[in-house]
Design a protein around this ligand. Structure first.
Ligand SMILES: Cc1cc2nc3c(=O)[nH]c(=O)nc-3n(C[C@H](O)[C@H](O)[C@H](O)COP(=O)(O)OP(=O)(O)OC[C@H]3O[C@@H](n4cnc5c(N)ncnc54)[C@H](O)[C@@H]3O)c2cc1C
Length: 238
């Protein structure tokens, strides 16, 4: 049982992403065949990059759907992944609590609790008790011939939302831009905001032509659409 922190790794990004987006854009408007128009010579890619920047600025986003990013994520809570999987235009593969025993589960401690000695003590005491209870339930259910097979899936009902999990997520660039608009916002919950910002850094490094101006919605609007009550104050509310 240990307190753990976020780790995000880029597993894969589509090959020749700029050329791919460029091909998709050109095919919409050209008589020619995209397969013949898409050189991946460095000088051509430079020109394609400028074209892609204009496409992104114009809001013509469907060509961006052809390029995908896959991330491996660990050190996040089940509370975070519950929010993450609400984003439907994505693919997920998450560590199972049915097939993987949580014999010695790790957990995420929210910063507000980590910074408060009494709260931290209370939190860690409970994590310890939950672990004991989970292990005891496994033993009890495992003794029964029929329910023994389902011990993991039923014992997990006592696990907390803070239990650490691992997940692979694949999103295309259009969905990533949407995800960043919502989850990099100061109104988003701290843990998913941290994840979104980490993913954004990776996307900006890999594909600046698409992601250099990405982020919370206010960054492109230059005002806060959340209204006075929820605004973080970075931009004036509308
Ligand atoms: C700050 C914040 C607070 C939140 N609070 C809550 C809460 O209290 N309770 C709660 O339940 N959720 C909450 N959510 C989750 C939120 O309601 C969305 O479920 C989540 O952000 C996924 O976003 P989405 O539906 O826009 O996008 P995605 O699922 O990522 O889809 C992207 C876009 O595709 C289109 N699309 C996808 N599926 C459909 C469809 N079936 N029909 C039509 N268009 C579709 C939409 O344009 C959508 O915006 C919160 C989110 C944030 C960022």
């Amino acid at each position: 049982m240990a307190k753990v922190t976020l780790n995000v790794q880029l597993l894969e990004v589509s090959q020749k992403p700029i050329t791919l987006i460029y091909a998709a854009c050109r095919q919409c408007y050209s008589e020619k065949f995209a397969g013949d128009m898409c050189s991946d010579q460095a000088a051509d890619v430079k020109k394609q990059e400028e074209f892609v920047k204009q496409i992104v600025a114009s809001g013509h986003q469907s060509p961006l759907e052809h390029v995908k990013f896959s991330f491996a994520i660990q050190g996040v809570s089940r509370s975070l992944t519950h929010q993450l999987v609400r984003h439907r235009l994505a693919s997920y593969s998450q560590q199972s609590q049915r097939y993987v025993k949580e014999k010695d589960f790790d957990y995420i401690v929210p910063p507000s609790i980590a910074q408060n000695l009494q709260a931290k003590e209370e939190f860690e005491k409970l994590m310890f008790l939950i672990q004991k209870s989970y292990t005891r339930l496994l033993a009890l259910l495992g003794q029964d011939k029929i329910s023994g097979q389902t011990a993991n899936q039923d014992a997990r009902f006592v696990l907390p939302q803070s239990a650490e999990t691992k997940i692979i997520v694949t999103m295309n660039c259009r969905e990533l831009l949407h995800f960043f608009e919502h989850r990099c916002c100061g109104r988003a919950q701290w843990e998913i905001r941290l994840l979104a910002n980490r993913m954004l850094e990776i996307c900006q490094r890999e594909l600046p032509a698409v992601f250099e101006t990405a982020g919370s919605k206010c960054e492109s609007l230059k005002f806060c659409p959340e209204g006075e009550k929820f605004s973080c104050g970075k931009y004036p509310a509308k």
